[in-house]
Write a protein that binds this ligand. Structure first.
Ligand SMILES: Nc1ncnc2c1ncn2[C@@H]1O[C@H](COP(=O)(O)OP(=O)(O)OP(=O)(O)O)[C@@H](O)[C@H]1O
Length: 573
């Protein structure tokens, strides 16, 4: 089987390792989508039926245009998920391309994410956060998954409660290993052999060294996110959750590490948590990554050694608190139902067209030049000559390499919108800037746009085009590393204290994934509206409405550059 990415490089799939389960159908026709059960910034998650395996699965559908890496790079990452046998790592059963989307078939975790569970509990009047015993069980499972991947040199980069999924039997798994690295980051995608400097993750959970970008980061970045997740599980929202992304960045870099004390109601909650738990948080949230313990070392700590079993979690949590299965709460209203139906029809249409093309391709000569371009690359689990299921592994074509993943290639084939001015036209990637700008719901800058209210496409363009390894944030100084035009400004001196109620937690529930309250209307990532002023911006309790560089750039452009006097100056130009 050949896999070809945007590099045009043909990759002969390696022989399937003996333990690779190739039993799962690798084509969309084998899966019947039922209901959308979750929505992240870059993907929708559906519950689906696989008759061949007589089971329900979850399928994460990501638009290829939103992904940063080439198909073969993604495939290399998926391979790790396909191969995973670790009880704490959500494996992938199959991965294939349908028209312009990437489908990732995974086990269905019926209780959804830990974030969803906390929201259900809160709505049921059970207060915020989880009991320490439950947290110990959940975090222990997380560490087992992290240890497994860190041993292989993999960094998750987006550990948070919404990526910890629970099944009805109390098992907890980390989802999306590698996926964070596929998503837009404002910098080029990582390629094999390169150190990790990419600005990827969700600001509230992001380690200081990932934000600073001064040196490559490693798996210890996950340990920081793990510490933040411990706080999130205790309080149901991450510290700094209500702050604007830029302030989250500044606080994380400049302030002492967050702890339970960072929350307003520390005095009330401190007796709920033992010293052992607080010590774990302190160990993980050390600014110097070298001082943070490894996942393996953490597992030797008493707090985790004494963690209750998953059976106890079922008894105390799942049997006591009625946590409905994700599919039972997937649709909240008639209008959502209608919208979901429309989405489903569209996906099914894509599926059918895709399968027809497959049949045609198998039956006869290649389509003529006038027909719609037939995708050239394939992505499929490595085939095994010994596998009995090869019949079900119809090679699934992926889009032509040039249309695959780079955001800079986005819109290729479409006329890019005109550059607002000559300066912008000479920006490294004005089309990308325009895309980001329009995605962010902002108007293109023109003479009537109020200063500081519209996205500055040049800034976005720079972020998009920043060379691998360039330093974007250095301490309190914004530095675009540009000789011609130095867009430096000192950071706001009034960095707020580390506190915050879970403002918007319910609002988040109303707009963002996690099944129960997913709104198909909810715009994602950079598409989400950002209030005009950072100060007034309510962040979601989970903080996961804000995704990486784009939102960060957007926030920056909306705040304007603050001078030492705290006044907003004209930006960039
Ligand atoms: N295998 C699964 N089984 C059940 N539910 C799932 C599964 N995978 C994802 N979900 C649900 O879908 C939601 C969205 O998942 P996704 O990974 O796209 O986004 P996220 O991690 O919540 O946010 P983001 O990707 O924006 O950071 C999850 O929070 C979870 O509730």
């Amino acid at each position: 089987m050949l896999s070809r990415g945007k590099s045009g490089r043909n990759v002969e799939a390696e022989a399937a390792p003996a333990d690779l389960d190739l039993d799962w159908p690798q084509n969309s026709g084998a899966y019947e989508l039922k209901a959308q059960i979750g929505q992240g910034a870059f993907a929708k998650v559906w519950q689906a039926r696989c008759d061949e395996k007589d089971t329900d699965v979850a399928i994460k559908i990501m638009e290829l245009d939103n992904l940063m890496l080439s198909i073969d790079d993604i495939y290399q990452e998926v391979r790790v998920m396909l191969l995973s046998k670790n009880p704490s790592v959500l494996r992938a059963y199959a991965c294939f391309v349908v028209k312009r989307s990437l489908w990732l078939v995974m086990p269905l975790m019926r209780k959804g994410s830990c974030l969803r569970i906390m929201r259900v509990m809160k709505r049921a009047g059970l207060g915020e956060g989880m009991k320490e015993d439950w947290i110990a069980t959940i975090l222990k499972a997380t560490l087992i998954g992290l240890e497994y991947f860190h041993k292989q040199g993999k960094v998750h980069r987006d550990i948070k409660a919404s990526n910890l999924l629970m099944d009805s039997d109390g098992s907890v798994m980390i989802s999306d290993f590698g996926v964070a690295g596929w998503l837009p980051s404002g910098q080029q995608g990582r390629r094999d052999g390169e150190q990790r400097r990419t600005f990827v993750g969700t600001p509230c959970w992001m380690a200081p060294e990932v934000m600073e970008q001064t040196s490559p980061y490693d798996e210890k970045a996950d340990i920081w996110s793990f510490g933040i997740t411990a706080l999130e599980l205790a309080k149901s929202y991450a510290p700094y959750a209500r702050l604007a992304p830029m302030k989250v960045l500044l606080n994380t870099i400049q302030m002492p590490p967050p702890s339970l004390k960072s929350y307003d109601d520390y005095q009330e909650t401190k007796q709920k948590f033992s010293r052992h738990f607080r010590d774990i948080i302190t160990l993980c949230l050390q600014k110097n990554p070298a001082h943070r313990p490894s996942a393996a070392t953490l597992l030797t700590k008493r707090f985790f050694k004494n963690a209750p079993t998953k059976e106890k979690l079922v008894k105390e949590l799942l049997e006591t608190v009625p946590i409905p299965d994700t599919c039972d709460t997937a649709i909240a209203s008639d209008s959502e139902k209608r919208e979901q139906q429309m989405m489903l029809e569209k996906i099914q249409q894509d599926q059918q067209e895709h399968m027809q093309k497959q049949k045609l391709k198998e039956a006869g000569p290649a389509p003529d030049a006038n027909s719609e371009a037939e995708p050239a690359a394939t992505i499929q689990a490595p085939t095994s000559s010994s596998s009995s299921s090869t019949g079900s592994q119809t090679p699934v074509p992926a889009p032509a390499p040039e249309s695959s993943v780079s955001p800079t290639a986005q819109g290729s084939g479409e006329a890019p919108p005109p550059a607002p001015d000559a300066d912008q036209a000479s920006a490294p990637d004005s089309a990308a800037a325009q895309t980001a700008s329009s995605q962010a719901g902002a108007t293109a800058p023109d003479s009537e746009a109020p200063p500081g209210k519209a996205i500055n496409p040049r800034i976005v363009a720079r972020l998009e085009a920043a060379p691998q390894g360039s330093s974007f944030v250095r301490g309190a100084t914004w530095d675009f590393d540009d000789d011609e035009e130095d867009a430096k400004a000192t950071a706001p001196a009034d960095a707020p204290a580390a506190s915050g109620a879970p403002a918007g937690a319910d609002a988040a529930a109303a707009t963002k994934g996690d099944g129960a309250s997913a709104s198909p209307n909810g715009v994602a990532g950079a598409q989400k509206a950002v209030p005009a002023s950072a100060e007034e911006k309510p962040q979601t309790g989970s903080g996961d409405e804000v995704d990486g560089f784009e939102a960060f750039a957007l926030e920056y452009s909306k705040m304007g550059v603050k001078g030492e006097d705290g006044k907003v100056a004209e930006q960039g130009s």
